[in-house]
Structure formats: C-alpha cells, structure tokens
Design a protein around this ligand. Structure first.
Ligand code: NAP
Ligand code: ZN
Ligand code: ZN
Length: 352
C-alpha cells in the first residue's frame, strides 16, 4: 500500500499512559474521492477518552489522540462525495469506517462489524497507522460515516450526542423503553444525563441512581421523576423489585448485584459503562425472577442519524462545560471525581 498524500494539523496527544496530553502535530490524508474534510469546531470529552489515553483497556498505541464527539464544518469534499458540500455542519462519532458488506454492516449495525474502524485506536486503512481522534483541528472521514447535525441545535452542546447520545439512545430503543415502564439510570455523568433525557422523552417513569447527593437537584432538572442516592440503603430497599429496565452508565467498579435486586421478573439491566476491571455478578438475583444482564455498544450509523434528528425535533442536547484544549488534563482529573456538569466540550478554536 503506498501512503496517500497527507497534510499536517494541530492536535493534542498522549505519548504514554502516564503522561499528560500535550500539543502535537499529526498527519491526515488529503481527501480521496469519497472523503469529507472537516474543520473541528468542538469535541466532547468522553470518559472513554480517559480510559484510552491512560491505556486502562490495554490496547492503546502511542502517540494517542482521543476524541470521538466531533462537530464542525465541511472544508473540502472528494469528487465522488454526494451527501455533503463545503460549509455543511456535520458530526463524526466513534466510527470512521467498517467493511460495509457483512450482515452487521448491511443491517446498519456497523459498531458490531469485526472490521469496524474506530475514530481512535483502530488501524487506519489509508495510513497503516493507528487512527487519531478529534482532539485536533481537522479530520478526514469517508462520507458514509459523517452525520448531519440539525440546524436548530447549539453546535457545542450537540457534540456529546455523537457518543453519549447514541450510546444511551440505542439501548433504550432496542429494549423498547416507553410509557408505562419504570426505568432506572445509574450515574449522572455524560452518558447518564443523556439517558435520563431520552428515557423521559420516550415517556418512561425515570429514576436516577447517583452516588453524589449534590446531584439530586440536577437529576430532577434534567428529567428524572425520582432520584435515589445509591449509598442510602433504605432508599435503595424501597425500590426493590420495581424496575422494568435499568441502564448502567458507571465508569468505575461498583456493585451490580444491588441493582439486579431492583428489577421485576424478566427485567433487564444493560451495561454501557466500561470499567477497566470485571464486575462480580451473583447468580441468585439473576436466577430468581429470570432477570438478565446485557451490554450495548454505541450505535450504528442509521440509528445515530435517527437519534440526531430526534434531538433536533425535541430540542435535546447535552449540558456542557466548555474548556480550552490546554485544560484537558484538569478536565480528566475532574471527570475522575465525578465533577463535570455534565460533559466537557473542547472549544477547538483554542488550539490555533
Ligand atoms: P462520566 O461522565 O465520568 O460519568 C460516570 C458517572 O459514573 C459519574 O458521573 C458518577 O455518577 C458515576 N460513578 C463514577 N465513579 C463511580 C463509582 N466508583 N461508583 C459508582 N458510580 C460512579 O463518564 P461517561 O463519559 O458518561 O462514561 C461512562 C462509562 O461509559 C465509561 O466507562 C465509558 O468508557 C463508557 N462508555 C461506553 C460506551 C459504549 O458504547 N458502551 C460509550 C461511551 C462511553 P454519580 O456521581 O451520579 O454517581
Ligand atoms: Zn465515548
Ligand atoms: Zn461489516
């Protein structure tokens, strides 16, 4: 494979698991016929970025550029691009390519394709080096993996929809959460606060579980009908056996079994949080009442566009705290303390 023509763009990268992120210059390919070049205006900060930058999942190659909640303007398109033109407002999430032919891809479930290419940390088919994410001034992505952002949404607040949004929308849709159901959301972070907004919009009775008593007011403000402080045993006991569905969006090790006991017969607990360490699972809460535990990974391209259009129609965005690129290391430390309301978004103008 001959290396394509490239150009340089400014970025922020980690050079090892223990080093802070710092300024770097990286290469992007000059757009090929089917590519869209995007000037990145904002990029959300997902907890996955932190897990990845610090090699907590044990597959990071350095230098590593995180960032998969990307929004910006199209600055160039290849000759064969049909869906986008220069000036369009677009987004890129966690995927930048896949095989396009396997059953998963044909069903719009590109996230499960065994050859899917993640926005960072996968092998770049063009360059033969690891893909580099959105903590950068620009990115080049094949048009089928570029999404339209509804014009009525605040662009910075729409960035987190590209990961936190679709990761919570997809399981709530897949398990058909809706009116008449009692739904629990665990953790009021980037994913959790979007899950509360979507579950409310879908018509469910929403209960937020938080370890942070200081988030009770915000939990209700973003849409929860009830907020339970999960360290409060009487509050937890009062919810036993009452939930149809619980979405677990916690980034760290925690006790799943306490939540299994809150499910009704045939209730589902779905994990979207991706803690680095395994979570112990007791048999009895599953056996009694035939409860189940599943996982869910982001969402495919058609569903991501559906989610963005739903957000446009219902005016749903993320609650954000804007940061400069050089504040990213402090932002990571705050995220580890569950101290973000409720998603950091990088103003990429700060990188110029
Ligand atoms: P985040 O903003 O840091 O939120 C995580 C929340 O979990 C915190 O705000 C906190 O909520 C709760 N929490 C943190 N430590 C805890 C502990 N020790 N015990 C109990 N609760 C704790 O993270 P995020 O960006 O939403 O991501 C959440 C997880 O989802 C991460 O592991 C991330 O990698 C993963 N993720 C998965 C997918 C997927 O496709 N499945 C996609 C994106 C992200 P309270 O203060 O309310 O307790
Ligand atoms: Zn993410
Ligand atoms: Zn495929």
């Amino acid at each position: 494979m001959s290396k394509p023509v490239c150009y340089s763009t400014k970025a922020f990268s980690a050079v090892s698991a223990s080093s802070p992120l710092s300024a770097a210059v990286i290469e992007r390919r000059v757009p090929t016929a089917t590519d869209v070049q995007i000037q990145i205006l904002y990029c959300g900060v997902c907890h996955s970025d932190l897990h990845f930058a610090r090699n907590e999942w044990h597959f990071t190659q350095y230098p590593a550029v995180p960032g998969h909640e990307i929004v910006g303007h199209v600055t160039a398109v290849g000759g064969g691009v049909k869906k986008f033109k220069v000036g369009d407002t677009v987004g890129v999430g966690c995927l930048v390519d896949s095989c396009r032919t396997c059953p998963d891809c044909r069903n719009g479930l590109e996230q499960f394709c065994s050859n899917m290419v993640m926005t960072y940390g996968s092998m770049d088919k063009h360059l033969g080096t690891p893909t580099l994410g959105g903590y950068a001034q620009s990115i080049v992505v094949t048009e089928d993996f570029v999404l339209r952002i509804p014009a009525n949404l605040n662009l910075a607040a729409a960035a987190p929809l590209l990961c936190a949004g679709i990761t919570t929308y997809s399981p709530l849709r897949n398990w058909k959460v809706g009116p008449g159901q009692k739904v629990g959301i665990i953790g009021l972070g980037g994913l959790g606060h979007m899950a509360v907004k979507f579950a409310k919009a879908f018509g469910a009775h929403v209960v937020l579980f938080t370890t942070s008593p200081s988030k009770v007011v915000d939990g209700k403000r973003v849409g929860a009908h009830e907020v339970v402080v999960s360290t409060n045993e009487p509050q937890m006991a009062a919810q036993a056996g009452t939930f149809d569905f619980i979405l677990d969006a916690v980034s760290a090790t925690h006790d799943l079994n306490a939540y299994l006991n809150l499910l009704k017969r045939d209730g589902h607990l779905v994990l979207v949080g991706a803690p680095a360490e395994p979570l112990p699972l007791a048999a009895f809460p599953l056996l009694f009442r035939r409860r189940s535990v599943s996982g869910s990974l982001i969402g495919g391209l058609p569903e991501t566009q559906e989610m963005l259009d739903f957000c446009g129609k219902h005016n749903i965005t993320s609650d954000i705290e804007m940061i400069r690129m050089d504040q990213i290391n402090t932002a990571y430390e705050r995220m580890l303390k569950s101290d973000v309301k409720y998603r950091f978004v990088i103003d990429m103008a700060s990188l110029t």
